[in-house]
Design a protein around this ligand. Structure first.
Ligand SMILES: NC(=O)c1ccc[n+]([C@@H]2O[C@H](COP(=O)([O-])OP(=O)(O)OC[C@H]3O[C@@H](n4cnc5c(N)ncnc54)[C@H](O)[C@@H]3O)[C@@H](O)[C@H]2O)c1
Length: 384
């Protein structure tokens, strides 16, 4: 398919996931990726870069992402660093003519996201954004049905993306709890996925009204990633200035309506990203904690079968059924959609095509996030 060397910037939770996804790409899409290689890792300092390279299986590493971006042999770059660093690194990558897959949210606000999108388009690079949940075969199947008109006119979308790790007040004050580093809390972190899914399946969001709250107001200062327990006996505390919980009502340009909830304070919910879509002809329900299942109901079903029917996704008739596991019940986990995402990105670069979702989608999601934040401040509906 062609030679392509990839550089990865950031070896945290999601950098690691991308490197696992790369190995899956080699396993699932073998023939098409023979000459693709994940070549060099950039981390924040020497220790992190050396350890990251050893843990993730890189031969080459650098403690300066600019060095990675200046290399002529790297064509595609995966940006997996905290949100506040996306703009600086992606713009630098574009300057070097690199193709970029950037993690979500694309930027800290919509104007920055637009600047990144414009720069990428002007340079003619292929750009992708890490809305990985779109790439789950079950979600791609639902999208196929939406595009085939199986739902008739879509009237509503409801989603919640809720987790419970934030409930631990001894969880460190990582970048995720600081507005200047993250942009927002559960809203940009989890809500951005729910908003992207809404745009993917329903269409553009036109107006929003939101409410947010923060319940854990201070946390021990630490550079740790997620909210893992630590000895806090002597720890200094810092202020949390982002939302723990966000609830939003939405109206769509096509007349549908809906809502989404994001939270890090939902005891019992681990990675509960669920959504439901209802149209005049059918309804569907998906929950990431059961990623291989779709619950579907059509108004055409005989009355005695009406109600949700469970479809186990993964057969050869389903999206990527022929590439991933050969038997439906084998199922997928967190990394397979990342593998599909990376494969599509590689395919787009090698065939000089646009990737989807791209920075345009990143910008549109940032616009919705900004509108929700304005609505929270004004306590009123806001146009996107
Ligand atoms: N798509 C998803 O499902 C998903 C899930 C989690 C996080 N994310 C996104 O991925 C990004 C990273 O999140 P994470 O959970 O991996 O965070 P993390 O804190 O676990 O890891 C971030 C890594 O980036 C490194 N880093 C910081 N500055 C750097 C620099 N200048 N050069 C090189 N490396 C640098 C840090 O040392 C750290 O190892 C965020 O934008 C986040 O929103 C996406």
């Amino acid at each position: 398919m062609g030679e392509l060397n990839i550089g990865l910037i950031g070896a945290g939770l999601i950098g690691r996931t991308h490197s696992i996804a790369y190995r899956m790409v080699k396993g699932f899409f073998t023939e098409k990726t023979k000459e693709v290689s994940l070549k060099v890792l950039a981390e924040e300092n020497e220790e992190a870069a050396r350890n990251g390279a050893a843990n993730l299986g890189f031969d080459e590493w650098t403690a300066d992402y600019r060095e990675l971006l200046a290399r002529k042999d790297i064509r595609l770059v995966i940006v997996a660093v905290p949100n506040y660093k996306h703009k600086e690194i992606v713009l630098e990558a574009i300057k070097h003519g690199k193709h970029v897959l950037c993690e979500k949210p694309l930027a800290m606000n919509a104007p920055d996201a637009k600047q990144i999108f414009d720069a990428a388009e002007k340079a003619g690079i292929t750009h992708g954004i890490g809305f990985n949940y779109r790439k789950a075969p079950a979600v791609l199947l639902i999208k196929r049905w939406v595009d085939n008109g199986m739902f008739g006119d879509i009237v509503s979308y409801r989603s919640s993306f809720i987790q419970d790790w934030g409930i631990d007040e001894n969880g460190p004050l990582s970048w995720r709890f600081q507005k200047k580093l993250a942009g927002s809390g559960s809203l940009g972190d989890l809500g951005s996925h729910a908003i992207d899914m809404a745009r993917f399946l329903i269409g553009e969001v036109s107006e929003v009204v939101g409410t947010v709250s923060t319940h854990v107001h201070k946390r021990p200062i630490s550079t740790g990633g997620l909210g893992h327990k630590q000895d806090t006996g002597t720890a200094e505390y810092g202020k949390v200035d982002v939302d723990d919980i966000c609830d939003v009502l939405m109206e769509f340009e096509n007349g549908a309506q809906g809502g989404m909830v994001s939270s890090r304070l939902a005891p019992g919910r681990k990675n509960h990203f669920e959504f439901e879509v209802y149209g005049t002809k059918a309804g569907v329900f998906f929950d990431w904690e059961r990623p291989n299942e779709v619950l579907f109901s059509s108004v055409d079903m005989p009355g005695d079968q009406s109600g949700f029917n469970r479809i186990l996704v993964g057969g050869f008739q389903h999206p990527y059924g022929e590439n991933l596991w050969p038997i439906p019940g084998m199922g997928i986990g967190f990394a397979e959609p990342f593998a599909v995402q990376l494969f599509e990105m590689i395919d787009a670069v090698l065939n000089e095509r646009k990737a989807s979702p791209g920075f345009y989608d990143g910008w549109k999601v940032n616009q919705v996030l900004d509108a929700i934040e304005s609505s929270v401040k004004k306590r009123a509906w806001c146009k996107v």
